[in-house]
Write a protein that binds this ligand. Structure first.
Ligand SMILES: C[S@@+](CC[C@H](N)C(=O)[O-])C[C@H]1O[C@@H](n2cnc3c(N)ncnc32)[C@H](O)[C@@H]1O
Length: 172
C-alpha cells in the first residue's frame, strides 16, 4: 500500500463496474427458497449483483415488493421466479447443477475448504428460523458452514449467503 487509504470516489467506482446488468450466466445461483424476511432478499440481491450470480426466489405475493424495496442497484439483477421451489431444485440437480447447502450441519465442510464453483452451482439458503428442511438436505451434494465462536447460534441468512457466494465465485 502506498500512503493512507482513501475512499474511492463514487464516479470512479461506477466507472470500474459492468456497464450493463449481467445476463443470466447460469453459473451461480443463490436460492433462499423459504424466505421469511424481505430485507434479507434485498441484501442477497446486491451480493448476487456484486459476484455475478442470479437469485432464485419463490413466487409469493410479498416477494416482488420486498425485492423492489431492497434493490438499490442501478440496473435490475437476474432473478428466477419459482412456482415450485422443490421441483426447481430437483430439475437443477437432474440437469447436473451442484447443490451446495449453506447450513450448520454435522456433515458441513468449513467455508475455507469450499472450492470455487466450476460448473452450474446452486447455493441453497435456509429459512430464517427453521433452516433447510431435512428432506431437502437429503438432495444436496455438499453442505458448507461458516465457523462461529461467539454466543450466537447462527448468522443472519444474508450474511451467511453472501460469504459463501463470494467463496463460490472465487472472489475471496
Ligand atoms: C438464522 S439461520 C437458521 C436458524 C437456525 N436453524 C437456528 O436454530 O437458529 C438461517 C439460515 O442462515 C444460514 N446460516 C446461518 N448461519 C450459518 C452458518 N454459520 N453457516 C452456514 N449457514 C448459516 C443457513 O442457510 C440457515 O438455514
Amino acid at each position: 500500500m502506498t500512503g493512507s487509504p482513501r475512499v474511492s470516489p463514487r464516479k470512479e467506482l461506477v466507472r470500474r463496474r459492468r456497464r450493463r446488468s449481467h445476463s443470466c450466466w447460469g453459473h451461480l445461483i443463490a436460492a433462499p427458497l423459504w424466505p421469511k424476511y424481505g430485507v434479507n432478499l434485498g441484501t442477497l440481491l446486491r451480493t448476487c449483483d456484486a459476484v455475478g450470480a442470479c437469485l432464485a426466489v419463490p413466487r409469493r405475493d410479498w416477494v416482488p415488493a420486498a425485492l423492489d424495496r431492497g434493490n438499490t442497484l442501478r440496473r435490475p439483477s437476474c432473478v428466477h421466479w419459482l412456482n415450485n421451489p422443490r421441483n426447481w431444485l430437483l430439475a437443477e440437480r437432474a440437469a447436473g447443477a451442484r447443490i451446495v447447502a449453506v447450513e450448520l450441519a454435522d456433515e458441513s465442510i468449513r467455508i475455507g475448504d469450499l472450492p470455487a464453483a466450476r460448473g452450474r452451482t446452486v447455493a441453497l439458503l435456509g429459512h430464517e428460523s427453521l433452516g433447510i428442511p431435512d428432506e431437502v438436505l437429503d438432495l444436496v451434494d455438499t453442505a458448507v458452514e461458516i465457523p462461529m465462536i461467539g454466543s450466537g447460534v447462527s448468522l443472519n441468512v444474508a450474511v451467511a449467503g453472501s460469504l459463501v457466494l463470494y467463496k463460490l465465485a472465487g472472489m475471496l
